[in-house]
Design a binder for this molecule. Structure first.
Ligand code: ZN
Length: 341
């Protein structure tokens, strides 16, 4: 099969399109013929080898949709030809966290395409328990754009921040994939959504996505604007993923008793917190990543009803994987870049 593979860590230029052996589905696995594989920033970190050790050579790609080709020994019944989306979360099923259903805390937690070979190829072998049928009404690229972004945003808002209808939410860095998902999920949950992005074009796009109030970070002090627009109250929930440059203002935008939930630190990981404000205003700072199986399934049910539609930036042939990495690295995209084998 053909695959976008790299033999060493580095820039986009390390990605090669090569003919490699088609994987054999192992016990409990199915072989999926990839029809669409969406990119995440995770793919860039994996390729650069930042804080992640992969097997070499490596095929990236965690967000996968395709068609079941064959099943390995003891794989639960999934008919060949079934259109599926893949949950990339891999957990041991035996540790104390797995026993509580807290899969993202698993002692041996791994992500398909990060710790294992992924979907930037014609085929990928995945656990049969991780594939979910998708209806004909949902395109492969639409399905492939869901797993990482939407499960992360779902857990962050619905479970970790326990968002309630009528609450005010501020989504920071709203043109990122997971943040865009957070805007949509917060609206669906009945919140009033404030969002922060960069540039007039992105402001218009985030507004079109459903946000009620969108701020341009280059133009305004967003914490002050939020305080003004909420009658000096602040928002109930801030969804953070930028980190250091926005952290202090994000805290300033919170209402008393508010929750700040963070799943990323894309622009710096040392946020400064005034602890006096933290206890006096009784804030909660909540970390989150990925999702449990139950959360993934809850998100998917809603998405497959057509209530969460991801934005696709561009479809590119697998042969242009290198260009896809360059586009994501340059931040030139709005929505998901999807590779099609
Ligand atoms: Zn476990």
């Amino acid at each position: 099969m053909r695959a976008a593979i790299f033999h060493e860590y580095g820039g986009p230029e390390v990605i090669r399109i090569e003919e490699v052996t088609t994987p054999e589905p192992g016990p409990g696995e199915v072989l999926v013929r990839v029809r669409a594989a969406a990119m995440n920033h995770l793919d860039l970190w994996v390729r650069r080898g930042i804080g992640i050790e992969t097997t070499m050579p490596h095929i990236g790609g965690s967000d996968i949709a395709g068609v079941v080709e064959t099943a390995g020994p003891n794989a639960q019944e999934v008919d060949a030809g079934t259109r599926v989306v893949v949950n990339p979360s891999l957990w041991c099923g035996r540790c104390a966290y797995c026993a509580r259903g807290e899969h993202p805390l698993c002692d041996r937690y791994r992500i398909l395409g990060e710790h294992t070979n992924g979907g930037f190829a014609e085929f990928v072998a995945v656990p049969a328990a991780n594939v979910y049928p998708i209806p004909e009404t949902i395109s492969f690229e639409h399905a492939a754009a869901l797993p990482i972004s939407y499960q992360t945003a779902w857990r962050a808002l619905i479970t970790r921040a326990a968002l309630q209808p009528g609450e005010d939410v501020l989504v920071i860095g709203a043109s990122g994939g997971t943040a865009m998902a957070a805007v949509q999920i917060a609206k669906l949950a009945g919140a009033r959504v404030f969002a922060l992005t960069n540039g007039a074009e992105n402001v218009a796009r985030i507004r079109a996505l459903g946000a009620d109030v969108v701020y341009d970070r280059a133009e305004v002090d967003f914490a002050r604007e939020v305080q003004r627009d909420t009658g000096k109250r602040g928002v109930d929930v801030v969804v953070e993923n930028v980190g250091e440059p926005t952290w202090q203002s994000s805290l300033r935008a919170l209402a008393k008793g508010g929750r700040l939930v963070t799943y990323g630190a894309t622009a710096g990981h040392r946020g400064v917190t005034d602890l006096r404000v933290l206890f006096w205003k009784q804030f909660q700072i909540i970390g989150t990543t990925m999702a449990t199986r139950a959360e993934f399934e809850a998100m998917l049910r809603v998405a497959l009803r057509g209530e969460l539609v991801p934005t696709i930036d561009i479809l590119l042939p697998l042969d242009e994987a290198c260009a896809a990495h360059e586009r994501l690295e340059a931040g030139a995209q709005f929505g998901k870049i999807v590779l099609v084998p």
